[in-house]
Design a protein around this ligand. Sequence first.
Ligand code: SF4
Length: 365
Amino acid sequence: MSGGMKMPTTLLERPETAAVPKGRSQLFVPDYVFVEPAALEYPLGKEIYDRYQQLGIPIRMTTSHNQVRGIPGETEAEQYRNAKRTLVVGVRKTLTFETSKPSAEYAIPLATGCAAHCHYCYLNTNIGTKPYIRVYVNTDEILAQTARYIEERAPEITRFEAACTSDPISIEHITGNLKRAIEFMGQQENGRLRFVTKFHHVDSLLDAKHNKHTRFRFSMNADYVIKNFEPGTSTFKQRIEAAGKVAKAGYPLGFIIAPLYWFEGWEEGYTQLLENLSRQLVPEAMEDLTFELIQHRFTKVAKKLILQRYPKTKLEMNEEERKFKWGKYGKGKYVYPDVQAKALQAHLEKEIARLFPRARIEYFT
Ligand code: SF4
């Protein structure tokens, strides 16, 4: 650890000077920062540390990014809210990448966690007990490992998903890691990157040398879903404007419509969504456009956490109205029964074919 750094004694005292703008789609500025000592041996770790120290945000050291202790909060709900406002700066030691079917061969671990509050978020299952935001500063090591995976499968193309454990755009202003990964992948003949976001903060990526090797996807949904279940994310209008910028910058573009959710008036709601998209999207976006369709699902563990954290949620999670499907590691999830799933799929496929005749639907799951 570098010397001469002043540590605040308590996390509970958050100075007035660190007041930051909050609200829908603002750039995330943490209330609390934890740093692993090893992270300070990397220039990026040091830079992040110095930045938040100058902003007067409380910083504490932590022995491991996997076991952060001392996030304030009297109740579980308060601790959860504070954890979502906590940034942990660490070194990614596990360089074995998880698989990421059906969207890619591997998940590239650039960060974990997200400051937004989507009720249905898959992170409730994946990182349920550690909702704080972790960014990794050993980017070169992560990218070197990525190159090894590409090499192993060459000459086949290997795809990497960068949004398996976070929303990478929501924290890109903190690390710049996504841009590094995009430019790295731009130079890989057999490597491709993809990620998805619900945020519009894309400007820093528009001049990246992507070489069309990164598919930039936006998560979109019917108004009803965005309004009721996606607090803290960018609005539909902001996302569609960002999608236009990204398409103009030459990136292959995609939309993930997830979770596909059954609500009263869903057919009309999803038709409206797709009509809005087709009306507002720039012509450049149509050249190589993909859709991915993912129906709503939940696990028993996630349901319990969601109800604790968002007790007033309208999210329907009635096991009796769902179909149980076995998943990875013997864990199961609840999806819609076949009749509903097929109706969602058929409606979305019909409307996408009508409004985006040249687009490709990659999968429905
Ligand atoms: S934006 Fe994505 S990662 Fe963040 S809370 Fe919402 S669903 Fe989860």
